[in-house]
Design a protein around this ligand. Structure first.
Ligand code: FAD
Ligand code: NAI
Length: 475
C-alpha cells in the first residue's frame, strides 16, 4: 500500500467512486477508501448500489411484473395458470444484480489504476498543504496517508426516531425492508416519502396490506400540488392506505407483532402489523470521518458545509453527495464528484442545481424537474401552466396506462420553461425532456413548435405546452 497520493476520496458510493475514476482519468494518483461490507464481502457502490437505488428498483420490477401478470393480462386475452411468487428467488435475483454491479465498480477502479483501500478513512488534518488521512483497515490496522487533495464522500444513513426504534427484525429501516423473507400480511410504514412509497408499493403488489403514516398534513409536499394530488389518488386506488397528519407516538413489538400507537388530532389509536418500516429521511454520516481538529466546518444540521462548487472551508478539501446540502440523490452525488475533481484539476466545472431531476419509481412514476407552480409563484414569477391528461394520450391508452398527467410551468412574461412535472407511465424518462429544454433555456413556444412522434407518451409534453396557451388539440 502506498502512503502518499495526489487525491484521496473517502467513501466509495456513486459520488466517491465516480470522483476517483475521473481523478485517475485526469492523471492523478488516487486512493478510494471504502469500509462497506455487504453480505460478508467488502463492497464499493455505497448506499445506492448495495441497499438503495439498485436493489429497490430490482424489487420494484419483480413486484410490478407479478402484479401485472396476475391482474392485467386477462384484458389482453392472455390466460395464465396460477401466478405465484417465490420470494427467496426474487431476493436472489436482486442480490445477483447488486453483486454484478458492485463487482463492476471494483473492476472500473482497478482498470483506471485507483487503489481501493478497504477500511475507514478519517481526515486528521485538512489545513496543511499535505493533508493527513488515517486509514484503518477492516482488520483494525492503522496507517497514515498524505494527499494533496481530499474528497469527502461518506454519504448518509437513515434517521432514527425514538418512538419507533429499529430492531432489524420487526421494525426495520429501508435496508431491512429489502430483505423480508416472506410477504408481511400487514405492513406499517412511517413516512410517506420516496422510500415509503417505493418500498410500500413493492410489498403491497406482492400482497401485503400497507398502511403509510405521514406526519405532515399534506401528501408529498415537495412535488407540485396538482401532481401530488393525482399521485395520491392513483396510489390510494392501488390500495396504499396513506394517512396524512398522523403522528406515530409509539411502536413496540408485543408477542411477535408490532403494535403502533398513533395520534390524529388528539384521537389515540393502536394497530398491529407483522412488520414496520421506518423511513423518515436520512442524515449525513460523518462519524469516524472527521478527527477532532481536522478543521472542517459543519452546518447546523450536521452536513459538511460547502460552496456551490463543493469546496469546504479548507483549501484542497471538497465534500459531495449526501454529505452536503441539496437533494440526497445518486445522480446529484455523481455530478458533484466529477465537478469537484475537475475543479481540483483547474477546470471550471459546474453542477446546475436548478435542473436536478427527482423520480419516485412507483407505478406510474412520479417525476419532476425545475420549479413547481407554487415555488415559481413564491419566487415572484408571473406564472402560466399547461397540463395534459394521459387519459387522452393514444399510446398510454394502448398500453393500458391512460392515467396521470404532464404539467409544464413557465414564466408568463418571457415564456421561459421553469419546470416540468409528471405522474404517469415513464415519467422518470420523459421529464428529461424538460431538463434538456431548461438547460437550453427553451420557451413554451419552442416545445409547441417541435414535432413529437405519434403515437408516443411524449406527445403529452407537446400537448401540455400547447395547453399553456389554450391550444391543446386533444384536451
Ligand atoms: P453513499 O452512497 O451513501 O456512499 C457513501 C459510502 O461511504 C458508503 O458506502 C459508506 O460505507 C462509506 N463511508 C462512510 N464513511 C466512511 C469512512 N469514514 N471511511 C470509509 N468509507 C466510509 N437515489 C437516486 O438518485 N435514485 C434512486 O432510485 C434512489 N433510491 C434509493 C433507495 C433507497 C432505499 C435508499 C436508501 C436511497 C436511495 N437513493 C436513490 C439515494 C442514493 O442512494 C444516495 O443519494 C446516494 O447513494 C448518495 O451517494 P453518496 O456517494 O453521497 O453516498
Ligand atoms: P423522505 O424525506 O423522502 O420522506 C420522509 C417522509 O417522512 C416525509 O414525508 C416526512 O414528512 C415524513 N416524516 C418525517 N418524520 C416523520 C414521523 N415522525 N412520522 C411520520 N412521518 C414522518 O425520506 P425517505 O423516504 O426516508 O428517503 C430518504 C432519502 O433517500 C430521500 O429524501 C431521497 O433523497 C433518497 N431516496 C431517493 C429515491 C429516488 O430517487 N427514487 C428512492 C429512495 C430514497
Amino acid at each position: 500500500m502506498k502512503n502518499s497520493y495526489d487525491l484521496v476520496v473517502i467513501g466509495g458510493g456513486p459520488g466517491g467512486y465516480e470522483a476517483a475514476i475521473r481523478g485517475a482519468q485526469l492523471g492523478f494518483s488516487v486512493a478510494c477508501i471504502e469500509k462497506r461490507v455487504h453480505k460478508g464481502e467488502p463492497a464499493l457502490g455505497g448506499t445506492c448500489l448495495n441497499v438503495g437505488c439498485i436493489p429497490s428498483k430490482a424489487l420494484l420490477d419483480s413486484s410490478h411484473r407479478y402484479e401485472a401478470t396476475k391482474h392485467e393480462l386477462a384484458e389482453h386475452g392472455i390466460t395464465t395458470g396460477d401466478v405465484n411468487i417465490d420470494i427467496a428467488k426474487m431476493l436472489e435475483r436482486k442480490d445477483a444484480i447488486v453483486k454484478g454491479l458492485t463487482a463492476g465498480v471494483a473492476g472500473l477502479l482497478k482498470g483506471n489504476g485507483v487503489d481501493w483501500l478497504q477500511g475507514w478513512g478519517t481526515l486528521v488534518d485538512g489545513k496543511s498543504a499535505e493533508k493527513q488521512v488515517k486509514f484503518t483497515s477492516l482488520e483494525g490496522e492503522e496507517s497514515a496517508i498524505t494527499a494533496k487533495y481530499v474528497i469527502l464522500a461518506a454519504g448518509s444513513v437513515p434517521i432514527e426516531i425514538p418512538v419507533a426504534k429499529t430492531d432489524g427484525e420487526y421494525i426495520v429501516d429501508s435496508t431491512g425492508a429489502l430483505e423480508f423473507a416472506e410477504v408481511p400480511k400487514r405492513l406499517g410504514v412511517i413516512g410517506a416519502g420516496v422510500i415509503g412509497l417505493e418500498l410500500g408499493s413493492v410489498w403491497r403488489r406482492l400482497g401485503a396490506e400497507v398502511v403509510v403514516y405521514e406526519a405532515m398534513p399534506e401528501f408529498l409536499a415537495v412535488a407540485d400540488k396538482e401532481i401530488s394530488k393525482e399521485a395520491a389518488k392513483l396510489l390510494k386506488k392501488q390500495g396504499l392506505d396513506i394517512r396524512v397528519d398522523t403522528k406515530v407516538t409509539n411502536a413496540e413489538v408485543v408477542n411477535g407483532e408490532v403494535v403502533v400507537t398513533t395520534d390524529v388530532k388528539g384521537e389515540v389509536k393502536t394497530e398491529t402489523f407483522d412488520k414496520l418500516i421506518v423511513c423518515v429521511g436520512r442524515r449525513a454520516y460523518s462519524e469516524k470521518l472527521l478527527a477532532e481538529g481536522c478543521g472542517i466546518e459543519l452546518t447546523e444540521r450536521g452536513l459538511v458545509a460547502v460552496d456551490d462548487q463543493c469546496k469546504t472551508n479548507l483549501d484542497g478539501v471538497y465534500a459531495i453527495g449526501d454529505l452536503v446540502r441539496g437533494p440526497m440523490l445518486a445522480h446529484k452525488a455523481m455530478e458533484e464528484g466529477m465537478m469537484a475533481v475537475e475543479r481540483i484539476h483547474g477546470e471550471k466545472a459546474q453542477v446546475n442545481y436548478d435542473t436536478i431531476i427527482s423520480v419516485i419509481y412507483t407505478h406510474p412514476e412520479i417525476a419532476w424537474v425545475g420549479l413547481t407552480e407554487e415555488a415559481a409563484i413564491a419566487k415572484g414569477h408571473e406564472v402560466k401552466t399547461g397540463t395534459f391528461s394521459l387519459a387522452a394520450n393514444g399510446r398510454a391508452l394502448a398500453q393500458g396506462e391512460g392515467m396521470g398527467l404532464v404539467k409544464v410551468v413557465a414564466d408568463a412574461k418571457t415564456d421561459r420553461l421553469l419546470g416540468m412535472h409528471m405522474v404517469g407511465v415513464g415519467a422518470g424518462d420523459i421529464v428529461h425532456q424538460g431538463m434538456i429544454a431548461m438547460e437550453f433555456v427553451s420557451s413554451i413556444e419552442d416545445l409547441q413548435l417541435m414535432t413529437f412522434a405519434h403515437p408516443t407518451v411524449s406527445e403529452a409534453v407537446h400537448e401540455a405546452a400547447l395547453s399553456a396557451d389554450g391550444r391543446a388539440i386533444h384536451a
